[in-house]
Write a protein that binds this ligand. Structure first.
Ligand SMILES: [Zn+2]
Length: 225
């Protein structure tokens, strides 16, 4: 890569960060704040995926609740050698204070269309879902390509979700579209009482085939004795 190309890229990144707040405000998101989370170093991963999380204020979600969800998800996907990185958090007021989402009239699709993010998955932390779900997601088995809400996750606060709800929903998005059958205890069980942190090898393999994942660049320094 030539020096001038490097300079152009660097400039683009700087411009983006300066304008980011304006872009979100123009799209209807009030007073957004941005945080980038640093992943824990020193663990060997073969794959990774980027995660964006939009946390709406006045929903009851606190930053600590969200960090608990993300640290649980990080721990669970580590079993497969999958890292979640980079992780970006956007704390904001919802456009028109829409924090109770009705998916039958595609309010989530509209919200996803407004959201100025290009990378998926995007997770929304909302107050409630009108249809009464605790959490739900739109994966490629149910949502057509090009749909704004494809690869989005919606987690409500009002039903007091357990700490592994984010990991379960990301499991759907990453390719475990159906629930684990029978009475097997697993992250992807369809029976709430049977959901635990466990993932099987075939599930890890399925995740690694997801187009949302990429192979990590192996750091040879870490492999040296
Ligand atoms: Zn599920």
């Amino acid at each position: 890569m030539s020096l001038s190309t490097w300079a152009q890229q660097l400039e683009a990144i700087l411009c983006d960060s300066l304008n980011e707040k304006d872009i979100w405000q123009t799209a209807g998101f009030i007073n957004p704040e941005f945080k980038q989370l640093k992943p824990a170093p020193g663990t060997y991963f073969t794959h990774e995926f980027e995660l964006n999380m939009v946390i709406f204020r006045k929903t009851g979600w606190t930053e600590k609740d969200v960090l608990n969800q993300i640290s649980k998800a990080t721990h669970i996907f580590k079993q497969c050698g999958i890292n979640i990185s980079p992780i970006k958090m956007i704390l904001t007021d919802a456009p028109q204070n829409k924090i109770d989402i009705n998916y039958n009239i595609r309010e989530d699709d509209h919200m996803a269309r407004l959201t100025p993010l290009t990378k998926k998955p995007v997770v929304y932390f909302i107050r409630s879902n009108i249809e009464g779900q605790l959490a739900y997601s739109w994966d490629a088995s149910i949502e057509p390509p090009g749909s704004p809400r494809l690869n989005t996750v919606w987690i409500t606060r009002n039903k007091n979700p357990k700490q592994n709800v984010l990991a379960h929903e990301l499991g759907h998005i990453l390719g475990a579209s159906s629930h684990r059958p029978g009475l097997e205890k697993n992250l992807m069980s369809g029976v709430p009482e049977f959901i635990n942190d466990r993932l099987e090898k075939d599930q890890c393999e399925a995740f690694k085939r997801s187009p949302l994942l990429k192979k990590t660049v192996i750091n040879m320094e870490l492999l040296r004795p």
